[in-house]
Design a binder for this molecule. Structure first.
Ligand SMILES: Nc1ncnc2c1ncn2[C@@H]1O[C@H](COP(=O)(O)OP(=O)(O)O)[C@@H](O)[C@H]1O
Ligand SMILES: O=C(OP(=O)(O)O)[C@H](O)COP(=O)(O)O
Length: 402
């Protein structure tokens, strides 16, 4: 992917008094009372917004929240305004719509230099996800230039993430987008070696592309989580009632062969923590990974595996981690994931580059209170997976080259 122009490349004159359409990913979790339960994505959007405010731009923020079908009040972006205002140190104005004359005349035209306007959920229009050109034109008509800082949505070719770039020049990347690309593309393409990847999570099928792509780059590949039982079954071991994707057995065998052929050291857990049911209060015990008794299912990696994985990580300079080692949502089966999080935090302190690719691994790192210790934590689950698979992101491709 060619290097993209960044908001930092623009001159004072490009920004002062200009209306800037900024696509951010403010798709944050809200509880039943509309309280934000994790504001990471809002905080991550702040540097670009503050930069634009500081350069006298009129900042027009656009985001989606959830997957609404048409106008759905529970998916309004209104509950985000207080936190956004607090983080930015200004009173953020909120529009009741994301396009239209009223938004343009009442809101955008009244916006002072350095002011911030949040548009209503862009997915209230079905045209957004269809990447409808007329809708993209309407969004574009609000502004003079486009900044895409919505990394978490960059794998979607939607009107506000891709279409709008055709009608606004320049179209540039925000600082968060830049940072995500620097780590997830840059560090993976030119890693300090030895380079290790840790891949976990529940499904082989969703991680195949990532594993295959990483096999061409890493020195060490550590596998954990629910997907390992497909690998064990493929090798003829007893897996009890553990999660297995029967139609992926051949694929698992071929991945093991590929790793061997490429000289990648592929580590599977030697022992696992098994449970007699899929529940937080299940009975549990540690057994060798190659012989899980009937009626038991593997829900975490065991202590020997933690030790072996830790020792092999001690030799590395770059580590990328995607997917938990076990069912970390249940306290009894969280030890493997916590141990990996702690190991990465410790190694970060010693200068190792540690990258956490979105999704549940981020939740696990946050839960362990270790987020600020890592080199980079991605704000995008799906987007980081696609990047690690070597795919191009439409939201990035649409931007001007540097
Ligand atoms: N041994 C296991 N059996 C069943 N589910 C598992 C196991 N290990 C991990 N999981 C589940 O995998 C889920 C995360 O998988 P996935 O979505 O692939 O990861 P990520 O979101 O980090 O990419 C978690 O909800 C976790 O409980
Ligand atoms: O939360 C998001 O994706 P993620 O859960 O894969 O990180 C993004 O905001 C994209 O949302 P979408 O998957 O509804 O397009």
């Amino acid at each position: 992917m060619a290097t993209k122009k960044s908001v930092g490349d623009l001159k004072e004159a490009d920004l002062k008094g200009k209306k800037v359409f900024v696509r951010v990913d403010l798709n944050v979790p809200l509880d039943d009372n509309f309280n934000i339960t994790d504001d990471t994505r809002i905080r991550a959007a702040v540097p670009t917004i503050k930069y634009l405010m500081g350069h006298g731009s009129k900042v027009i923020l656009s985001s989606h929240l959830g997957r609404p079908k048409g106008v759905t009040p529970k998916y309004s972006l209104k509950p985000l305004v207080p936190r956004l205002s607090e983080l930015l140190g200004v009173e953020v104005k909120m529009a009741n719509d994301c396009i239209g004359e009223e938004v343009e005349k009442m809101m955008v035209a009244a916006l002072p230099d350095g002011g911030v306007l949040l548009l209503e959920n862009v997915r209230f229009y079905k045209e957004e996800e269809k990447n409808d050109p007329e809708f993209a034109k309407k969004l574009a008509s609000l502004a003079d230039l486009y900044v895409n800082d919505a990394f978490g949505t960059a794998h979607r070719a939607h009107a506000s993430t891709e279409g709008v770039a055709k009608y606004l020049k320049p179209s540039v990347a925000g600082f968060l987008m830049q940072k995500e690309l620097d780590y997830l593309v840059g560090a993976v393409a030119n890693p300090k070696k030895p380079f290790a990847a840790i891949v976990g999570g529940s499904k082989v099928s969703t991680k195949i592309g990532v594993i295959e792509s990483l096999l061409a780059k890493v020195d060490i590949l550590i596998l954990g989580g629910g997907m390992i039982y497909t690998f064990y079954k493929a090798q003829g071991h007893a897996v009890g009632s553990s999660l297995v994707e029967e139609d992926k057995l051949d694929l698992a065998t071929s991945l093991l062969e590929k790793a061997k052929a490429k000289g990648v050291s592929l580590l599977l857990p030697s022992d696992v923590v098994v449970a007699d049911k899929f529940a937080a209060d299940a009975n549990s015990k540690v057994v060798p990974a190659s012989g899980i008794p009937d009626g038991w299912m593997g829900l975490d990696i065991g202590p020997d595996s933690i030790k072996t994985f830790s020792e092999s990580l001690d030799t590395t300079q770059t580590i990328i981690w995607n997917g938990p080692m076990g069912v970390f949502e249940f306290e009894k089966f969280a030890a493997g994931t916590e141990a990996v999080a702690k190991k990465l935090a410790e190694l970060s302190g010693k200068g190792v580059t540690t990258i956490i690719g979105g999704g549940d691994s981020v939740a696990a790192v946050e839960k362990a209170g270790l987020a600020d210790k890592m080199s980079h934590i991605s704000t995008g689950g799906g987007a980081s997976l696609e990047l690690l698979e070597g795919k191009q992101l439409p939201g990035v491709l649409a931007l001007n080259d540097a």
